[in-house]
Design a protein around this ligand. Structure first.
Ligand SMILES: [Zn+2]
Length: 458
């Protein structure tokens, strides 16, 4: 390890120069005028993978931007890691809010600023340099490694699912590794091991068969907007719990260890409330805000409409009322099952004064890679060695569709080894990567590959 660490130390400048080259390519996947730039970027990635010693490098065409594949499969009997990342970036606009040119990597203070510095070019480059450092010093990797770097993540990865389905064998691995997320805070290395799922529903209530004059009819008919509000407000009890029967049946409870770790994160409920401009926070009783957002299912009314919403007044008693309602789900809950429970419950509580239609718009499952799995355990050891600090656990309240797709198609868990920071301005002007995170990230990745290989020995 000493040899690798000193190699990293003495090559820092070159690493940054190479990263600057990569960041200079404006590989904005959403803009047709950048199509050639995106292709150039794929070529750059492919060439670079060859230089660092990866093999079978191939640029796979898709209906959109290409996917770069490479592997190193020489270590018989060792586990295989599939590393996923993306070389495309978000548009740089609005340009005038950038302090330096978005595609000119510029170092200010301890950060390197450029579009893609954190999301995700800087983070994939961390792994490229880790791989190089190992291969240049020891001639072989401690495990088998497959790499796919796609060019359409920022536009929703429209061709990735097909690619994965068609190349199941080629992409087979023991673990998927992604570095495209953030740590909890600066100097707080953390590992995100779970994401929430989602079920999205739409409700339509019909009262009278046409819009009515509220003077002539008001008082004789149940206004569907009122009925809908009554139904929605009954979906939570006074403790903030969701009242749909059996809703919590499959919820995977937090362990003591997880709860204790969340408490250690530098997080202030007071500051959080102030930052959001609310006098008091709201949520399920018995849980902290982090627990509510990360590990408890929730139900939100995302939109509600009906009747007249234009300028001035119109005295209408509307025929219809609508609402969009989504539920964030946690590991072990099934989005299809929850959609059904929701539909049945709403039909049950709808008063006889209205007719109800419930539609399911879309859904996705939550994901969890257990904290005692080889993948997470190796990541924790690697982060502690790379950053020289105790690592804390965190979850994510949103979802990362790719992780769910990988799980569904390849049946493989993902470790999210994020080296970004929450304030890194991903997708916004002045995106940056912290240089300390960049170099500690390289060390962490090196440690990770060794630790994960070792975890299969016992
Ligand atoms: Zn990204």
């Amino acid at each position: 390890m000493k040899q690798i660490l000193s190699y990293i130390e003495s090559n820092k400048k070159r690493y940054l120069n190479e990263l600057t080259e990569l960041l200079k390519i404006p590989s904005v996947s959403s803009q047709p005028k950048r199509k050639d730039d995106v292709l150039n970027c794929a070529n750059w990635i492919a060439e670079h993978l060859k230089t660092i010693g990866m093999e079978n490098v191939k640029i796979h065409k898709t209906k959109g931007h290409p996917i770069v594949y490479a592997d190193y499969l020489k270590t018989n009997g060792k586990p295989t890691v599939l590393f996923y990342g993306h070389y495309d970036v978000q548009p740089e606009e609005p340009i005038d809010l950038w302090t330096s040119q978005p595609f000119d990597a510029t170092i200010r203070g301890e950060n390197l600023y450029a579009r893609g510095a954190a999301d995700d070019k800087g983070q994939i480059f961390i792994h490229f340099k880790a791989i190089e450092s190992i291969l240049k010093n020891y001639g072989e990797l401690p495990l088998n490694l497959k790499i796919i770097i796609e060019g359409e993540e920022e536009v929703g990865s429209p061709n990735l699912e097909n690619f994965v389905k068609q190349n199941k064998q080629m992409l087979k691995s023991d673990l998927i590794l992604i570095s495209d997320s953030s740590m909890f805070a600066k100097d707080v290395p953390s590992i995100c091991y779970s994401l929430r799922g989602l079920t999205y529903m739409e409700v339509e209530l019909t009262g009278p068969n046409r819009d009515l004059h509220s003077g002539s009819f008001g008082g004789s008919v149940h206004n569907p907007i009122q009925a809908l509000c009554e139904m929605i407000s009954s979906l939570h009890d006074k403790n903030g719990k969701i009242t749909i029967p059996n809703f919590y049946n499959d919820v995977l409870s937090l362990t003591k260890e997880e709860r204790n770790s969340f408490v250690k994160l530098p997080f202030s409920e007071k500051k959080y409330a102030k930052d959001l401009g609310v006098k008091e926070l709201y949520g399920e009783k018995g849980y902290s805000s982090l627990e509510r957002v990360w590990a408890r299912p929730t139900l939100e009314c995302n939109g509600i409409w009906g009747g007249y919403t234009g300028d001035g007044a119109k005295t209408v008693l509307p025929s219809k009322a609508f609402a969009k309602i989504s539920m964030r789900l946690v590991p072990n809950q099934s989005s299809k099952k929850i959609a059904k429970l929701f539909e049945n419950h709403l039909k049950k509580i709808a008063p006889k004064t209205v007719q109800i239609k419930v539609r399911s718009l879309h859904g996705g499952e939550a994901a969890i890679t257990p904290i005692d799995s080889n993948g997470v355990k190796s990541a924790v050891i690697a982060l502690e060695k790379g950053f020289g600090k105790k690592v804390l656990y965190q979850r994510e309240g949103g979802s990362i569709p790719i992780v769910v797709q990988f799980k569904k198609i390849l049946k493989t868990d993902t470790v999210l080894l994020g080296f970004g920071l929450p304030d890194e301005n991903a997708h916004a002007p002045n995106e940056f990567i912290n240089l300390n995170n960049f170099f500690n990230g390289i060390k962490t990745s090196v440690y990770f590959y060794y630790e994960f290989a070792k975890s299969f020995e016992n």
